[in-house]
Structure formats: structure tokens, C-alpha cells
Ligand binder design. Structure first.
Ligand SMILES: [Zn+2]
Length: 100
């Protein structure tokens, strides 16, 4: 019997697709009301989270539609979006390196 492990899935705010949580970039609104890109190893920062796939088009869609604001129910500062963009690029590059 193959071992079936249940993978936690999350929805991408950019395109609405369900993806494994560990492949997503998490943005969190902390209980203190700060918005941050969760770069902890397994996305463990406490607070309300929203997820974006590490793809430019999903990031763009999320940014244009201000979908993160809606998901987190607060205004996401431009600095956080810039940080998110960097994280998306870093992850996308890492994923590409892993495939090569
Ligand atoms: Zn997406």
C-alpha cells in the first residue's frame, strides 16, 4: 500500500487555484495588526494568513485586484507588496533550480 499523506491545501488569492500550502508564499496579518510576508520555514507566524503562488502572474493579479487587502481585511502596505514580490521571485528561482 502506498503511503498517502494528506497535503494541506490553500487557495491562491491571485488566481483562485488550490495548491499545497508548502508551495505557497504566505502573507500574514499579525494579532498586532502588522502585515508581513511570512518567511518562516513552515509559515508559522500567528495571525490571519493569505496565500499566493510563487508566480509573477498570480502576484500581479493579487496586486491589481487588491486581493490581499480583501483576504486580510486590511490595507497591505506597498512595502509589503514589494517584499512579497522579492519572495515570489526567490521561490520561483528556487523551484526552477530544483527542476533543472
Ligand atoms: Zn495562483
Amino acid at each position: 500500500m502506498p503511503k498517502v499523506r494528506k497535503v494541506p491545501m490553500r487557495m491562491c488569492v491571485g488566481c483562485g487555484a488550490m495548491r499545497p500550502k508548502m508551495e505557497m508564499v504566505r502573507v500574514v496579518r499579525t494579532p498586532q495588526g502588522e502585515v508581513k510576508v511570512d518567511t518562516t520555514r513552515s509559515a508559522k507566524m500567528s495571525g490571519r494568513g493569505a496565500y499566493v503562488e510563487p508566480r509573477e502572474e498570480c502576484l500581479e493579479a493579487a496586486r491589481k485586484g487588491r486581493k490581499l487587502d480583501r483576504a486580510l481585511e486590511c490595507e497591505v502596505p506597498e512595502a509589503v507588496l514589494a517584499e512579497l514580490e522579492q519572495e515570489v521571485r526567490r521561490r520561483a528561482a528556487a523551484a526552477q533550480a530544483a527542476r533543472a
